[in-house]
Design a protein around this ligand. Sequence first.
Ligand code: AP5
Ligand code: MG
Length: 215
Amino acid sequence: MRLVVLGRQGSGKGTQCVLLSRYYAVPHISTGDMLRSAVKAGTPIGLKVREIIGRGALIPDDIVTDMVFNRLMEGDVRNLGFILDGFPRTVAQAEALEQMLGESGLDRAVELDVPSELTIRRLTARRVCSDCGAIYSTHKPPKFNWTCDICGGEVVQRDDDREESIRKRLALYDTETLPVVQWYEKRSLLSRITGTGSQSAVLKRIQKALTGVVP
Ligand code: AP5
Ligand code: MG
């Protein structure tokens, strides 16, 4: 499986990619998670991108593209494929990915369609594990005292989930990433999926678009 998952901030990309990755046993590659890990570890890239992420701007294409390409070269991805979450989000990134993949290309690009008023509500309620990145919300918190159910890490609000950054990120989706959606549509690779409703209902819609059947 070689899949790209697109969608507005808060549309549920991370949530659905975790479910798809478990179901199909395909590696989930989230550029946001990779960048946040680099920030946490204080690597040279992390130091460079920390402030950019916090204010909700995009990281320069060459940094993100190199990071993704290095990951795509690793053994698990070469054997099993990938589910890309948050990449590509500019046309330049989509073109670079197309070149990198060569003839075998992508199987599909899925766009999760959720109105921005709803994504703003989801993002202000979102909480994430500061260690493993597991996604929660104030409506669906971890079982004990904001401690991650999976790894025991502290569950917190993301730095860029403040209203000012959220609005900036959503505006960037319209200017930078909607052209990527159209780019895949022109290549007949796009499936547009309604991203509202329960997480399992959305998962079933994606699975139907990928395989034609609901498991
Ligand atoms: P990234 O981490 O990718 O963030 P994003 O694009 O802003 O997307 P989000 O993670 O906010 O939303 P999501 O769609 O994953 O929603 P989620 O599943 O969490 O990127 C962060 C930053 O890194 C960027 O701003 C940029 O600076 C940089 N970056 C990353 N990639 C880059 C690139 N390629 N180029 C340049 N810069 C890059 O769900 C949200 C909430 O909703 C959760 O609380 C969840 O529980 C809830 N939820 C999910 N599904 C449902 C449902 N069906 N019903 C109710 N609630 C739901
Ligand atoms: Mg995400």
